[in-house]
Design a protein around this ligand. Structure first.
Ligand code: S3P
Length: 498
């Protein structure tokens, strides 16, 4: 944790300062979150007392009605991809609304290490000067991706079709996560991998000079795997095809087209989607406007539904239908959510959401909906714990290999807060009593930002406050979460500082 914090603080400093503007290419002392840099940081490691100030135990207490208007940070999935595609395009791409969470800062640092020039302007517009498809340079240090599963899996695809060796590592959570799902198809394209058992990080990608196009049917519904194969397909001659039995988020396809690649999407007879990328395109710089992240908006949204008397507006939220399964599910449960000002911004649908406190009823969530709300089950479980009746969530084996085992983390935390539930191999059954549970739990967040935010939302309505052990991970996706919630009236503070 100490190393992660020191490393991330370095990243944030770099992109907040002017230094990065003249960062040497190829990562020589100027880019990337290197082991070398981390080793340097270790010599200045925070003391234990400083750490507790940096890694706060946070507490949420029962809130008065929430009110106000907010913007949530930029979409994490789109932010990673905008940096990567910008770095592969010829010319300068301006990105507005980029998420400045730690996961995305790691991707920015790594794209610099691979040769792109990336600047964060005083106007908060990020400018990326790309190298063109096939133009990556081999980094001279290990690339540390922190907590970012999307970042590392997509980058493994990107470098797999380049003749270079790239070493990846990450934090304790990322080093536990399975990578075979991307190394399997990328091996078929000709890349080689040397990693720990189960293909886990730290891991070396030995990219190939002669990548072969493949047709790959996804064995798990995963936009990360789909995107890794498509990214490898960019520097591969011929057509790379991914067949996805269940549709997953399509930000890669949309952005690839936006940057000038030829991408065809066809429906197969069995309902699967066939995505074809024509290799070795000339990607041309194209500005990107990143919408607010619907996965982040889910936390204030559920808080407003649960805290009696609340009415809030969340502006400029992405409403891509492959991401918004939670919203439909909550509306089936009785949630009062109105979509206003629906529009297209930067190639993605967005809207303002008006949310009012509602009485929720338990439902059975169709398993087929999982890919469109895969990151939202922790916060849905909180809503279910306060709803009247039973909510059944199945088809969620993937939740066991996210930033934490989210099924176990939620089951343990909810039980500690007095919620009646059953943990299944691939799901959760939550028995709500139509009122908030007791609360009072001390939650182990297991290095998982979404577990942390979910239980803080529960603490806003439960009888006793809810405490989480580590609020620092929230910065991976939602920097400023506690203060933004505070602006709506939600009392979230360091434990003991109430
Ligand atoms: C993401 C895809 C999902 C999601 C993750 C972001 C992406 O993962 O959980 O937070 O940006 O492609 P999987 O592809 O593993 O389902």
């Amino acid at each position: 944790m100490t190393r992660r914090l020191a490393c991330v603080k370095g990243l944030i400093r770099r992109f907040n300062s002017k230094d990065h503007r003249h960062a040497p290419r190829n990562g020589r002392g100027g880019s990337g979150c290197w082991q070398g840099e981390a080793a340097h940081a270790r010599t200045k490691a925070p003391s234990v007392s400083m750490r507790s100030a940096i890694v706060p135990s946070l507490q949420a207490r029962r809130a008065p009605p929430l009110s106000g208007e907010i913007h949530v940070p930029g979409d994490k999935s789109i932010s990673h991809r905008a940096l990567m595609f910008g770095a592969l395009a010829v010319g300068e791409t301006a990105i507005t609304g980029l998420l400045t969470g730690e996961d995305v800062l790691h991707t920015a640092a790594c794209m610099q290490a691979l040769g792109a020039r990336i600047e964060r302007g005083v106007d908060d517009v990020w400018r990326v000067r790309g190298m063109g498809v096939g133009g990556l340079v081999e980094p001279d240090q290990v690339l540390d991706m922190g907590n970012a599963g999307t970042g590392v899996r997509l980058l493994m695809g990107l470098v797999a079709s380049h003749p270079m060796t790239v070493l990846f590592t990450g934090d304790a959570s990322l080093c536990r996560r399975p990578m075979a799902r991307v190394t399997t198809p990328l091996s078929l394209m000709g890349a080689r991998f040397v990693g720990r058992s189960g293909g886990r990080l730290p891991l070396a990608v030995v990219g190939t000079a002669e990548p072969m196009p493949i047709t790959y049917r996804l064995p798990v519904a995963s936009a990360q795997v789909k995107s890794a194969v498509l990214l490898a397909g960019l520097n591969t001659p011929g057509e790379t095809v991914v067949i996805e039995p269940e549709p997953t988020r399509d930000h890669s396809e949309r952005l690839l087209r936006h940057f000038g690649a030829e991408v065809r999407v066809e429906d197969e007879a069995d309902g699967a989607r066939r995505i074809t990328l024509v290799g070795q395109p000339e990607l041309v710089a194209a500005d990107v406007v990143v919408p607010g992240d619907p996965s982040s908006a889910a936390f204030p949204l559920v808080a407003a539904l649960l805290v009696p008397g609340s009415a809030i507006t969340i502006r400029n939220v992405g409403t891509n239908e492959l991401r918004t399964g939670l919203y439909g599910t909550l509306m089936e449960m009785g949630a009062d959510i109105t979509f206003t000002n629906s529009r297209i911004a930067g190639g993605e649908p967005v809207a303002d959401l008006v949310v009012r406190a509602s009485s929720l009823k338990g439902i059975e969530v169709p398993a087929a909906r999982a890919p469109s709300m895969i990151d939202e089950y922790p916060i849905l479980a909180i809503a279910a714990a306060c709803a009247e009746g039973t909510t059944v969530m199945r088809g969620l084996a993937e939740l066991r290999v996210k930033e934490s085992d989210r099924l176990t983390a939620m089951a343990r935390g909810l039980a500690a807060c007095g919620v009646d539930l059953e943990e299944l191999e691939d799901g959760l059954i939550v028995h709500g009593r139509g009122r908030p549970p007791r609360g009072g739990g001390h939650i182990l967040t297991e290095m998982d930002h979404r577990i942390a935010m979910s239980f803080l939302v529960l603490g806003l309505v439960s009888e006793a406050p809810v405490t989480i052990d580590d609020g620092a991970m929230i910065d991976t996706s939602f920097p400023g979460f506690a203060s933004l919630m505070g602006s709506l009236g939600a009392p979230i503070s360091e434990a003991g500082a109430a």
